[in-house]
Design a protein around this ligand. Structure first.
Ligand code: AHR
Length: 511
């Protein structure tokens, strides 16, 4: 049999904390994400609490959803929050021009979103409107949400039935300002971000973490412009505390924009091309982080990837503006390699949000518009298998597997992806075998601590195209997997076989 790939990990050399917020989510007023996904209304036969689907809540609690970004996306820069408060039947309507040109009746608004976050146990990440809003509008939204005591906005909130302010830790200053958020130049947005951030006040004990709208993909100039605009080079004290983070967006899209590829019907070559794009996220995080290091070597400003995931052609027969797509084992492997990259850069990357949680793009959950049935996608299972990494201490991994790569359209694709973390007396290892045909034996060469127990789980299926449906909800699911203890010269060894196109987590107990 093939020689095992060796992965060396020093269990006693701690790296940065892997923020649980790297496992964050995104819910936009887009297609059936909010309406039909999270929200069915109080009169629905689907079990709900105050209109919010309880099966969706339960599924997301099981993956310890840490935060939820809302209301967009592109929608955020057309959203006027006052339209979404007060009696539902009196709320004004609008047209969702970005997504399907459908009428938005604003029945899901501020109170509904915060009730959803409370049910989920997730931190709200509200994305404000810069593109078509005003500084005053955004500032008053913060006051409405977070101010206790006497104030015009606190009084309005109370009149709408909520006495206590909410805690809102995360705030986005517009979205994709270079595109749907206003078609701005980086320099113009940089000034606006400073201005808006000034009036996003901390009320009472609510402290906002303000996130400036960032670059697309590898637009490092955008990141540099923002960093420059808050920095005082040579002052010695790093960037000014105006906003606390900068975002960027990166989608895995192997095909051209006009024909992104099919979610379920694809060739092995398409699969490898997808994985090259997926693994590119590591290069992009490294690139943006390197630019930030120049202005902020102490890493005070966080990097936030608040939109990521696969983007395929919409499913046949669905509204092209609704971005509904199926989700296969391939999508799950895209997710697992993203998380390895996130863990490797946990010193700068403080948050990431998959796009999007329900029924849109790389979703965790798909719901049937007729029956209401809920399906957990393969991507969901990766999130679930990785809960142990939330807020754990990252460990550096050294992969010794020179054979495990392949050339794809002139680019080198590493076929084995690994990351690791530890917490107290346990450690968790994530291993992805991207090879479509070959099994890979791996030995985890664990040093520095004594291993006293081990177990493993595997996510796999017969084919990369396998996906879950209401009729076959467990076509791609998680099972127990075998591991073997082997001697290593410097510590414990765990041998594990990674079948073709599989994702495996190994948990160990440490003395
Ligand atoms: O997630 C779908 C859209 O993708 C978002 O609204 C936008 O920010 C991005 O272009």
């Amino acid at each position: 049999s093939a020689a095992a790939a060796r992965v060396v990990i020093d269990l006693d050399i701690p790296g940065p904390t892997i923020s649980r917020h790297l496992y964050g989510h995104f819910a936009e007023h887009l297609g059936r994400c909010i309406y039909g996904g999270f929200w069915v209304g109080e009169d629905s036969p689907v079990p709900n609490q105050g209109g919010i689907r309880l099966d969706v809540v339960e599924a997301l609690r099981d993956i310890a959803i840490p935060n939820l970004r809302w209301p967009g996306g592109c929608f955020a820069d057309e959203y006027h929050w006052r339209d979404g408060i007060g009696p539902r039947e009196e709320r004004p309507r609008m047209v969702n021009t970005n997504w399907g040109d459908v009428v938005e009746d604003n029945s899901f608004g501020t109170h509904e979103f915060l009730a959803l976050c409370e049910l989920l146990g997730a931190d709200p990440y509200v994305n404000g409107n810069v593109g078509s809003g005003t500084v005053r509008e955004m500032s008053e939204w913060v006051e409405y949400l977070t101010r206790g005591g006497e104030s015009p906005m606190a009084a309005l909130r109370r009149a709408n039935g909520r006495d206590e302010p909410w805690r809102v830790p995360f705030w986005g200053i517009g979205n994709e300002a270079w595109g749907c958020g206003g078609n701005m130049r980086a320099e113009a947005y940089a000034d606006l971000a400073r201005q808006y951030a000034t009036y996003l006040r901390d009320h009472g004990d609510n402290t906002l973490y303000r996130i400036a709208a960032g670059a697309a993909d590898d637009d490092y100039r955008w990141t540099e412009t923002l960093m420059k605009s808050i920095s005082c080079i040579g002052c010695g004290d790093g960037p000014k505390d105006i906003y606390q983070a900068i975002s960027f967006h990166y989608y895995t899209i192997p095909g051209p924009w006009e024909d992104k590829g099919d979610a379920t019907r694809f060739s092995t070559d398409d699969y490898y091309a997808t994985m090259v794009k997926a693994r590119r996220v590591e290069e992009l995080i490294r690139g943006h982080a390197a630019v930030m290091d120049v202005y902020d070597p102490a890493k005070k400003i966080g990097l936030v990837l608040d939109e990521w995931g696969t983007w395929w052609n919409v499913e046949a027969g669905t509204n092209p503006g609704f971005l509904y797509q199926q989700n296969t084992l391939r999508d799950a492997l895209v997710a697992s390699v993203h998380f390895d990259a996130f863990h490797a850069h946990a010193d700068r990357l403080v948050m990431a949000n998959i796009a999007q949680t329900v029924n849109v793009l790389q979703a965790m959950i798909l719901t049937d518009p007729e029956s209401g049935a809920l399906v957990l996608t393969p991507s969901y299972h990766v999130f679930r298998m990785n809960v142990g990494h939330h807020d754990a201490t990252a460990l550096r991994v050294h992969v010794d597997a020179p054979e495990l790569h392949r050339e794809v359209d002139g680019r080198r694709l590493e076929l084995l992806s690994v990351s690791a973390s530890t917490r107290g007396d346990s450690a968790l290892f994530s291993l992805t075998n991207l090879d479509a045909d070959r099994s890979v034996p791996v030995v985890l060469d664990l040093r520095g601590r004594t291993v006293v127990g081990q177990s493993a789980r595997i996510l796999n299926a017969d084919s990369l195209q396998a996906h879950n449906t209401a009729a076959d909800p467990d076509a791609v699911t998680v099972r127990d997997h075998d591991v073997e203890v082997v001697d290593q010269p410097y510590g414990a060894g765990i041998r594990v076989e990674l079948p073709p196109h599989s994702y495996v987590t190994v948990s160990v107990t440490l003395a």
